[in-house]
Design a protein around this ligand. Structure first.
Ligand SMILES: *[C@@H]1O[C@H](CO)[C@@H](O)[C@H](O)[C@H]1NC(C)=O
Ligand SMILES: *[C@@H]1O[C@H](CO)[C@@H](O)[C@H](O)[C@H]1NC(C)=O
Length: 250
């Protein structure tokens, strides 16, 4: 990771750590207005320049479901409530791990439903796969899937000839936040089983079709789902603190 990227992440964590609290759940759109009035432009500019030097950083940021993050590299722009406290625990088993790539649409609907997300939220959030790549190890079991587009399956075989760690983008524009992920599903060219399955269940297919046709609707639903995501651990009542050293529990 380039130095600028470290700096961007560091600043984001600092921002999450600092600040003044208000509102019922402790979050607010103006969280830093007094304590650090330039917080948002500082983060925005730092992230923007880090993304300029390494556009692949965006996928990592979204993957971390970045709580206090602003995605400004094209794509949806949205403001989310800020001021989340830092966790008192840092345990791998606490993380809301992304559902397995082997999940079918019903399992995805249920897994997200348990966290309060609708099927529509889930499909929109899956669209975050518009950024980034997956490794061959997570899709090689699909190389002989007869329902996959035959050209796409050839492309995947070629990728996997580079080994389990070889990377394949989810869509043709891996660094652009756009709706081409959903268009790939329409062409039977979803990378993971858990991607293509969105197009085989009638409940989610209609949503995927809608996003493939209408990018603005995808962006709008995505930002609403991300705001929901940002409130997740507040709603679930996790107790936090403001760390004085962002790397350590106080
Ligand atoms: C989805 O997966 C679950 C659990 O493996 C299974 O019971 C169910 O039949 C699957 N649904 C479909 C439509 O394949
Ligand atoms: C596969 O790719 C070839 C060459 O680009 C194209 O002519 C053909 O129509 C494609 N087949 C499918 C099923 O998309």
């Amino acid at each position: 990771m380039a130095m600028a990227n470290f700096l961007a992440l560091f600043l984001l964590m600092e921002l999450i750590a600092g600040g003044y609290r208000d509102g019922a759940n402790g979050l607010s759109m103006n969280y830093y207005v007094f304590s650090c009035p330039f917080a948002e432009p500082i983060v925005r500019n730092t992230v923007a320049s880090a993304l300029q030097s390494d556009p692949t950083l965006a996928a990592g940021l979204v993957r971390m479901f970045f709580h206090d993050c602003w995605i400004q590299s094209g794509g949806p722009v949205y403001d989310i409530p800020k001021g989340r406290k830092d966790g008192r625990r840092s345990k791998i088993e606490d993380t809301f791990s992304a559902p397995a790539p082997s999940f079918n649409a019903s399992e995805l609907v249920r897994a997200f439903g348990q966290r309060g997300f609708s099927a529509r939220d889930m499909v929109a959030l899956s669209g975050a796969h518009t950024l980034g790549v997956a490794r061959c190890s997570s899709f090689k079991n699909r190389l002989s899937d007869p329902t996959m587009d035959s050209n796409f399956s050839k492309t995947l075989s070629k990728t996997c000839s580079g080994g389990d760690n070889a990377e394949q983008p989810f869509d043709m524009t891996r660094n652009n936040f756009d709706n081409s992920y959903f268009q790939a599903l329409q062409r039977k060219s979803g990378l993971l089983f858990s991607d293509q399955t969105l197009y085989s269940d009638p409940r989610t297919k209609s949503i995927a079709d809608c996003y493939a046709k209408n990018q603005a609707t995808f962006f709008l639903d995505f930002q609403q789902a991300m705001v929901k995501m940002s409130l997740l651990d507040v709603k679930e009542g996790s107790k936090g603190e403001v760390r004085s050293d962002c790397r350590r529990i106080n």
